[in-house]
Design a protein around this ligand. Structure first.
Ligand code: 5BU
Length: 274
C-alpha cells in the first residue's frame, strides 16, 4: 500500500490544509518546536499538574488533562494552565471522551464545575452515540474555535473499537467536515482507506512508552518510532513514561526531551530526511 498522503507532508504544509484554528495552531507549534509530543499529565492536584507542565512545557506541542481527577480544580488552575499554554506555546487537550446524546454532551462541554469548552482547545468523543454527539459539541465548540477528535481506536488490550466501528468513526468524521472534527485518537492511519483529495486528519496516539510493554490493567505500549514511522501517526501521547519517571524534576525534563527527540526523528525519517 502506498503511504497515506498526510504522512509524506510536513506538519507546516499540513497547517495550510486546515480551516480549524486549533488544528492550524497545533501544526504550527509542532513545526516551530520540532515536537510531536503530547504529555498526559495524570496527577491529582492542581499544583502537581502545573509542576509537571512547567517541567515539560518547552518540549511539548500539547498537554493532555483529565480535569475530573484533579481534586482541587478551580478557576485559578484554569488561569495558570492557560497562561502557561500561551507562554510556553502548547495546546491544551482535555481527554474527556464524551459519550452521550447531543443535548447532554452540549451541557457537559459548556457547563458544570469544569466548563471544559472555556479553556480546553481540543477535546475528544466516542462515536458510539452517532453524529448527534458531533453536532452537540460543535454547537458549543465552533464559536470558540475549539476542535474535536473522534476515538476511532484505543490502546488498551481487547478494546471493542475495531473493524466496522473504526471505519464508521472515520465515515462520521468525513461527513461532519473539517470545521470542528480535525482527527482521531487511533493506533494507525485509520483514514488510509478512501482518503479524499485535500483531506487531512491528525492522528493522535496514546500507549507510548520506552520502558515497559504495558501495565496490569490492559494498557499496551509502543515506541515513538513504531507509532510515527511504522504506523504513520502524528502525535505521540506519553503519560507515566514521563511524569512518572523516578529521579526528580530534572529527570522528568530530560525524559520529555528524550521522547520529543525520538518522536521528531521518526517524523523526519518518514519524510525521508534521514
Ligand atoms: P500512560 O500513563 O502513558 O499509560 O497514559 C496514557 C493516557 O492516555 C491516559 O491519560 C489515558 O487515559 C489516555 N488514553 C489511553 O491510554 N488509551 C486510549 O486509548 C485513550 C486514552 Br482514548
Amino acid at each position: 500500500m502506498s503511504p497515506h498522503p498526510s504522512t509524506t507532508k510536513t506538519y507546516a504544509s499540513r497547517a495550510e490544509l486546515h480551516s480549524n484554528p486549533t488544528a492550524k495552531r497545533l501544526l504550527g507549534i509542532m513545526e516551530r518546536k520540532q515536537s510531536n509530543l503530547c504529555v498526559s499529565v495524570d496527577v491529582t492536584t492542581a499544583e502537581e499538574v502545573l509542576e509537571v507542565v512547567r517541567r515539560v512545557g518547552k518540549s511539548v506541542c500539547m498537554v493532555k488533562t483529565h480535569c475530573d481527577i484533579i481534586s482541587d480544580f478551580s478557576k485559578a488552575f484554569v488561569d495558570e494552565i492557560t497562561r502557561l499554554s500561551d507562554e510556553m506555546d502548547f495546546i491544551i487537550f482535555e481527554d474527556r471522551k464524551f459519550a452521550d446524546i447531543g443535548n447532554t454532551v452540549t451541557l457537559q462541554y459548556a457547563s458544570g464545575s469544569h466548563t471544559i469548552a472555556s479553556w480546553s482547545h481540543l477535546t475528544n468523543a466516542h462515536p458510539l452515540p452517532g453524529p448527534g454527539i458531533i453536532s452537540g459539541l460543535a454547537s458549543v465548540g465552533v464559536p470558540l474555535g475549539r476542535a474535536l477528535l473522534l476515538l476511532a481506536e484505543m490502546s488498551s488490550k481487547d478494546n471493542l473499537a475495531t473493524g466496522h466501528y473504526t471505519r464508521e468513526a472515520v465515515r462520521m468524521a468525513r461527513e461532519a467536515g473539517p470545521e470542528f472534527v480535525v482527527g482521531f485518537i487511533a493506533m494507525s492511519r485509520v483514514d488510509q482507506e478512501g482518503a479524499k483529495e485535500g483531506e487531512d486528519f491528525l492522528v493522535m496516539t496514546p500507549g507510548v512508552g520506552l520502558h515497559s510493554a504495558g501495565d496490569k490493567m490492559g494498557q499496551q505500549y509502543r515506541t515513538p518510532r513504531e507509532v510515527v514511522y511504522d504506523s504513520g501517526c502524528d502525535v505521540i501521547i506519553v503519560g507515566r513514561g514521563i511524569y512518572g519517571i523516578k529521579g526528580g524534576e530534572e529527570k522528568v525534563k530530560e525524559e520529555a526531551e528524550r521522547y520529543r527527540k525520538e518522536g521528531w526523528a521518526a517524523y523526519e525519517e518518514r519524510l525521508g530526511r534521514k
